[in-house]
Ligand binder design. Structure first.
Ligand SMILES: [Zn+2]
Length: 859
């Protein structure tokens, strides 16, 4: 029983047999306002290399009305298990399938959303990985490309957007018909349809003769917040940069970006019709880090138009290359575009991408970047920190290895050679080898085919005059968790070593040495005989991918003067190193707090500040000795209030500290301040208590029992929007009562009524670090329910529950034991098993870190 799965073997067999020419797809969405199902008619023309052979086409639908193959009507009983059997193919075939497909509320397939502000219905599709088959019958695999022609019937007056430019609608009356022109040859997963009374803003990218129409869309209720100019500006910078670097004109007829509701991912690179989560239309003040993240997402999706859409992976095992390339491209474009607002993008990359990669790469589920992807279930849990962040880090290293000019020369040849086709990793590496003259087989084996992170440590001795007598870089093999795939190997690293001196509290780089590190010990003779600097920083400039440790003296200086680095990147690297040591139990949670309190006042990079805020909270909640935890949280809350009051009025730092305080406030005085900010009786000069901040404040008041249903409903009345409903659901679930927890649990686990976004909000509210006693009974309920959830819910919905409701806050041996008992008896499918094993690893890590923190208390 394949269920909704598809194996790589099946895909290979089908690709050998078929060549798909074109699809004509008619969708009748005139029922959209009522919901339920819609009529989907697909006519697909394809050839078969072996006449008489059989195959199947994919479809996930409540029912099929008609299947006609080459003029012959087939029994609709041939539709079973998400497939339609196609026996007895001719050399040239025409298949017609009429189906009733379902609108969804999970963000997969054709998502249907009703905006509470105007009561209107908004639709959009999300197809990656295998969900185009929820909207029309198709051969759902990336290497069966075809031309797609959509004809859409929808309520009159709607905006209807697809991959091809929107035509004038035909017909009069309640419903109209939009007949789109055929697309170029693309994969099914990047086709798209967005429909509803969305509003658009228009511009064009012009470059010589070239003119690409640009559109930006959102719901009318968000229109007043849409800063289209800023979005067009970043988009045009991306067009300039990528067209020049890739030497290939943008390959599609127009470029629309649509901000859509309840979107599961950050964005999706549908050809010429990118969808983005509409939290990127900021309703309230956000920090510059949010604008930077949005710009990165915009550039990421634009880079996919070439890498992924024009040239596409043959199978999902090369998903990593698709995502890594786009992630690398977003950072290099921000770093190098002449008018970029975020030239420090490599600091953000170190702060966010690297941290994500390091975390993921130490889970029991870690895997080589080139993962075995045997079927669709494998790929759906592989949109992870290895695929996006480690892959991009390793690509950055590859660029350093072959040189950026050779890298882009290879990329240019690759696009020209494979335009509108499908490729494997070897095709790109081959082009890079030709351009650079380097053999990349050994590089690929060391970096792409093995898992884990090497540790780099300095080993130095001083003579009696305080000069360096010997200096070496020690490399350790990755400590792969039990059960992890792959071999633990040493790798070649191109790194820089930065030497820093301390003057008037400032840490200034006085020298930089670049070298190759290979094997377990690499001597650095350049440093011998020199005066010992205040800080020696390995992997300065973040060229390689490794866990970096400081020698004892450097660590002491950094602990006291982290904020003293005059450059943002070494600060980010030291923050990352300290955080990694905390996670590993090498730095006690209480010492990490001390370091954060000393370093944060001088940290100017707002993205780094916000990361450290999150990390401190996690360290205190999970990694601190429970006997000291409350003292640590109290100290953090006090520091947050002080920093909030001291911050420059109206600054991003002020907003970040307000949120940090709202996350931890615990004394009556602190909660009074939150309540006062909310009801206007207290003020912090310059701090705008706007819609989103109000909900943040109320969330903490609800979780501490200071606000109840009356306050939550009143706030929802002020903000009766979709976002407001999500926040209200979260506040209700956060209340510290047995009843509130039971209601939240039942709404998620025992019912499937909640949309993807409301469910996520309820889960977020349910899990409160200060409510361990209330949450304790749910560990048992979790293990009783989780397999049924996996089997009965869609991928996105079940993943939210499996990961989100795991008893992660119960950092106890009992949680590990319960998990192990379940793993031993439940016979979970591999993808379910992986998610639970990853969650278990968090508890195991926290227990070890708590031991380290306890040991520190006995110093
Ligand atoms: Zn992507």
């Amino acid at each position: 029983m394949p269920g909704t799965n598809l194996t790589r073997e099946e895909a290979r067999t089908r690709a050998d047999l078929l060549h798909v020419d074109a699809y004509d797809i008619e969708l009748d969405l005139s029922s959209a306002r009522e919901g339920g199902t819609f009529r989907s008619t697909t006519v697909v023309r394809f050839t078969a290399t072996t006449p008489g052979a059989a195959t199947f086409i994919d479809l996930v639908a409540p029912s099929v009305e008609e299947i006609v193959l080459n003029g012959e009507r087939l029994d609709t009983a041939g539709f079973a298990d998400s497939r339609i059997a196609l026996p007895g193919l001719a050399a040239e075939n025409e298949l017609r399938v009429v189906a009733n497909c379902a609108y969804t509320n999970t963000g997969e397939g054709l998502h249907r959303f009703v905006d509470p502000v105007d009561g209107e219905t908004y639709l959009y599709t999300q197809f990656e990985v295998p969900d185009a088959r929820r909207v029309f019958a198709n051969f759902e695999q990336p290497d069966l490309k075809a031309a797609f022609t959509f004809t859409v019937t929808a309520p009159a007056g709607w905006s209807v957007i697809s991959n091809s430019p929107t035509p004038e609608p035909e017909g009069e009356g309640d419903a109209q018909v939009w007949r789109f022109a055929p697309t170029g040859r693309i994969s099914s997963y990047i086709t798209a349809l967005i429909a509803g009374p969305y509003v658009g803003v228009f511009d064009a990218y012009e470059n010589g003769e070239q003119k690409v129409p640009l559109g930006i869309y959102c719901r009318p209720s968000l229109r007043e917040f849409l800063d289209a100019e800023a979005i067009f500006e970043v988009t045009k910078q991306g067009f300039d940069y990528f067209q020049e670097k890739f030497d290939f004109p943008y390959p599609f007829p127009k470029y629309d970006q649509l901000f859509v509701p309840e979107f599961n991912a950050g964005a999706m690179e549908n050809a010429g019709a990118v969808t983005l989560r509409d939290q990127y239309v900021f309703r309230s003040k956000v920090t510059d880090a949010a604008y930077e993240a949005r710009a990165a997402t915009i550039l990421h999706e634009l880079a996919h138009m070439w890498f992924g859409n024009l040239v596409t992976m043959e199978w999902w095992n090369d998903l990593w290359l698709n995502e890594s390339f786009a992630t690398y491209a977003e950072a290099v474009c921000q770093a190098e575009s002449p008018a970029s607002r975020w030239p420090n993008s490599w600091t953000t990359f170190a702060n966010q991408m690297k941290t994500w990669a390091y975390r993921q790469d130490q889970l029991p589920s870690t895997h080589p970047i080139m993962a075995e992807i045997n079927d669709l279930e494998d790929v759906q849990v592989n949109f992870d920190g290895i695929t996006y962040a480690k892959g991009a880090s390793v690509l950055k290293q590859l660029v350093a290895y072959v040189g950026q000019d050779a890298f882009f020369e290879g990329v240019r040849a690759y696009f020209k050679r494979h335009a509108w086709g499908n490729t494997r990793l070897g095709d790109l590496l081959g082009a890079l080898e030709e351009a650079s003259g380097r053999d990349l087989k050994a590089w690929s084996a060391a970096w792409l085919e093995t898992a884990g992170i090497n540790v780099l440590r300095p080993a130095l001795t001083l003579n009696t005059d305080g000069e360096i007598e010997s200096f070496a870089v020690l490399q350790e093999a990755p400590a792969l968790p039990a059960g992890a795939k792959g071999e633990a190997v040493l790798r070649p690293h191109r790194i820089a070593i930065g030497l820093y001196e301390l003057a008037d509290g400032a840490l200034v780089r006085t020298d930089r040495i670049e070298l190759d590190v290979d094997g377990p010990r690499t001597e650095v003779p350049q440093l011998v005989g020199r005066h010992r600097p205040a800080v020696v920083l390995l992997n300065d400039d973040d060229l390689s991918y490794a866990k970096v440790r400081l020698d004892e003296d450097s660590l002491a200086v950094v602990t006291e003067h982290l904020g003293g680095f005059t450059d943002a990147l070494p600060r980010a690297l030291c923050w990352a190193s300290a955080w990694d040591m905390t996670r590993d139990g090498e730095l006690a949670a209480r010492d990490y707090l001390t370091l954060a309190l000393s370093g944060l006042p001088r940290e100017s990079d707002i993205g780094v500040v916000q990361s450290v805020h999150r990390q401190v909270k996690l360290a205190l909640d999970a990694y601190a000795d429970p006997a000291w935890r409350e003292a640590g949280l109290a100290r953090w809350a006090e520091a947050a209030e002080e920093a909030l009051r001291a911050a420059e009025p109206g600054s991003d730092h002020q907003l970040a500290w307000a949120r940090a305080l709202a996350g931890v406030a615990r004394t009556e005085g602190q909660l009074d301040l939150l309540a006062g900010l909310l009801d206007g009786t207290a003020q912090i000069p310059g701090l705008a208590v706007d819609t989103e901040l109000r909900w943040t404040l109320l969330g903490r008041l609800a979780a501490t029992g200071r606000a109840d249903e009356a306050e939550i409903s009143a706030e929802l009345e002020r903000d009766n929007t979709a976002a407001g409903q999500e926040h209200a659901a979260s506040c209700r679930a956060a209340r510290p009562t047995i009843e509130a927890k039971a209601a939240a649990w039942a709404s998620v686990v025992e019912s499937d009524e909640l949309t993807n976004y409301v469910q996520a909000a309820v889960i977020g509210g349910f899990q409160q670090a200060d409510q361990r006693a209330l949450l304790a009974p749910y560990a048992e309920k979790y293990f009783a329910a989780v397999k049924g959830v996996w089997e009965s819910r869609s991928h996105e919905i079940s993943q939210q529950i499996i990961v989100g409701l795991y008893p992660a806050l119960l950092v106890e041996q009992a949680t590990l034991d319960a998990t192990d008992a379940w793993l031993a008896s439940a016979e979970p499918a591999p993808a379910l098993r992986r998610q639970v094993v990853e969650a278990r690893a968090g508890v195991e890590r926290a227990l070890k870190a708590q031991d380290a923190d306890r040991a520190a208390s006995e110093r």
